[in-house]
Design a protein around this ligand. Structure first.
Ligand SMILES: [Zn+2]
Length: 292
């Protein structure tokens, strides 16, 4: 059997994966202070205007909170310093003891109290870490994110306004982090299936009831992903920080299931390309054209 990752393309960590990691990091790290910083690949801190700032801004800082917005993790330190991290295409976070053997591609390692290390493991280095002041944070791409899909989902009326007259496919609009932050390719397809809306439909063509269904599907799909610890495809690029795999893969309704029967109606799931991304759908449950 060909691996899922080769059939579906690589998995990119989405909101449930990042939130699962956030929850896992919070308890062991908050209240601790940074005692060491090591950057193995300079590319990982490419957003840092002055590279040496990365270390000097973090050393000695006490971690106050671990926040998240969309797919970004925000580690809030004292003295108003924020460490912004993104897992990119293949990144994951790992907690380890100092001296514990590093996984390959442990590109950024931050030591806390000389007792525990946070390691950013990222073979493809599309992820990044950057230590920013409040002024820098205000102009970072984090500041351009729309409301968080889990914590700040807009009301149906506001969502409908954001989609009005948009000709782009609804699937692409769900991936637009400026509209709603956190959805990626897997969960957007699952949301559209649950809402019974085909991803190719122009955003502006959805009627009020369809917009309501799409919006209403986002929370349950993300929460189901979270309960399972996220989705680890068989490339295991994404793992929880303790090394366990997320288990949402088995629950996916459409994503990666082309040719398999729809779990609702039995029609074979199909795959098409929308905006250079795979879109998986059921032609019966999600009619490609606006129902009359
Ligand atoms: Zn179906």
């Amino acid at each position: 059997m060909p691996s899922l990752s080769s059939r579906m393309g690589r998995q990119v960590p989405e909101l449930p994966e990042v939130e699962s990691s956030r929850r896992y990091l919070e308890e062991p790290l908050v209240g601790r202070s940074v005692t060491g910083v090591a950057v193995g690949r300079a590319r990982m801190i490419r957003h840092q205007a002055i590279p040496v700032d990365f270390t000097s801004r973090l050393l000695g800082r006490k971690l106050m909170a671990v926040d998240r917005k969309g797919k970004y993790l925000l580690l809030r330190f004292d003295a108003d310093m924020t460490l912004v991290m993104h897992l990119g295409m293949s990144g994951r976070l790992q907690l380890a003891l100092p001296g514990e053997e590093c996984a390959p591609h442990s590109n950024v390692v931050i030591g806390f109290d000389d007792e525990i290390e946070l390691r950013l493991v990222d073979p493809r280095t599309f992820g990044f870490a950057v230590a920013v002041t409040p002024e820098e944070l205000a102009v970072h791409s984090v500041a351009r994110l729309g409301p968080d899909a889990l914590n700040a989902l807009p009301r149906t009326s506001a969502f409908r306004t954001a989609l009005r007259e948009r000709t782009a496919p609804i699937k692409s609009l769900l991936l637009d982090q400026r509209i709603i932050a956190g959805l990626g390719n897997i969960y957007a397809d699952e949301v559209l299936f649950r809402a019974r809306v085909h991803g190719s439909r122009p955003g502006g063509s959805l009627n009020g009831e369809e917009v309501r269904r799409v919006r209403a599907a986002i929370g349950p799909v993300l929460k189901a992903g979270l309960r399972a610890g996220g989705t680890s495809l068989d490339d295991l690029a994404y793992l929880l920080p303790d090394g366990r795999a997320g288990e949402y893969l088995q629950r996916l309704r459409v994503y990666g299931r082309s040719g398999l029967p729809c779990r609702s109606c039995g029609t074979p799931i199909e795959r098409m390309v929308l905006g250079q991304r795979s879109h998986f759908f059921c032609r019966t449950c999600q009619p490609p054209f606006r129902p009359r």
